[in-house]
Design a protein around this ligand. Sequence first.
Ligand code: LLP
Length: 419
Amino acid sequence: MHHFEYRGGRLHAEAVDLTALAETVGTPFYVYSEATLRRHIQVFQKSFADTDILVAYSVKANSNLAVLKVLASEGAGADVVSGGELKRALAAGIAPAKIVFSGVGKTDEEMSAALDAGIHQFNVESEPELIALSRVAVAIGKTAPIALRINPDVAAGGHAKISTGKSVDKFGVPYADAHTIFKRAATLPGIDVKGVDVHIGSQISELAPFEAAFGRVADLINTLRSDGITIERLDLGGGLGIPYGEGLTPPHPDAYGEMIKRITASLDVELIVEPGRMIVGNAGVLVSRVVYVKENGDRQFLILDAGMNDLLRPALYDAYHDIWPVAEPSGSTTIVYDVVGPVCESGDRFAASRALPEMREGDFVAILSAGAYGAVQASQYNSRPLTPEVLVNGDKHAIIRRRPSFEEMVALEETADWL
Ligand code: LLP
């Protein structure tokens, strides 16, 4: 459920009229509903009520500091994958004891910063990383609490590019090697083995792959324990899908929570989960303006002022996003459009053959479910400035990232002294 709805024929984010907002901020821009963010994190936390669990929001989905502050105020922790995300989480007021650090390529500097901060756990993804972490920790006189990420070799995820749990993927250590690496970890200085970690992919729309993977790691925990290795924590990653309007109905967090509680009931572990998309995805939309309506033979193109640099998901993952007119149509005429952006690539297309109410130049549209992996994946390709972000709370709004000027966009560039 989200708080984007028509009021008097005009699309609103909570009580903010998006037409008025578009006129003030200028398009394209992202707008997030604070009430929706709060609702989603609360629903998720409620699904695990009475469970020893850390809900570590996956910062990569939307790392805007204001968004992080909202989630921090709801008690969320953070799953970070870089030194930059770590700094953001800390800046937003998330306690180090609620931060876990994932990712296959952590550098010495990043490890050292996380050790200094005193984070809850490193999710270690390989033996070389384990050795490096031991070295870094010893050098600065700290101990690194770790979980080892296991690759359970389970297929999952809405698209090949967001599936991470197969043995061909770069993530985690092979299930079969886990035992040996845990034994090794227990002997390394500066390493404190805490648990097992798994994450199999993203936009997963059914429980079965989760259940298969979690069942495998539960078995592994039992074997490790019978071999004298202490396992106190189990990090189950993120990945729960959301409805994008394409007909999929992913499980409710309650069903996901029930399944996890059932599978882990006898393990007596502290649980960690890392939801990203589920918290922010449907809490944001991308508002854009129709620049032209163009007819090419039998195709009708709706050319927007937002492009693949602003929202990459359709181009990169063939992702489906609902598109709504910001002014509710008065008539019932629909036209089949290809909805595209201005970027000079054929892949710069938000939707192919999409039936929409008849649109005109200057009309505004909202691309829905754009709160996760939207603004964070934006670039300045084609020298288009980064998309602004706006947070709405009731009838208030705040610009939480402004549009850079041309001068700011080129500020890091220098000409070579021989030019
Ligand atoms: N934990 C780990 C270790 C992850 O790699 C991810 C996402 C998450 C948690 C959060 O997963 P979520 O709950 O959001 O599914 N850019 C792609 C999605 C990439 C997901 C990467 N990892 C997209 O736009 O669909």
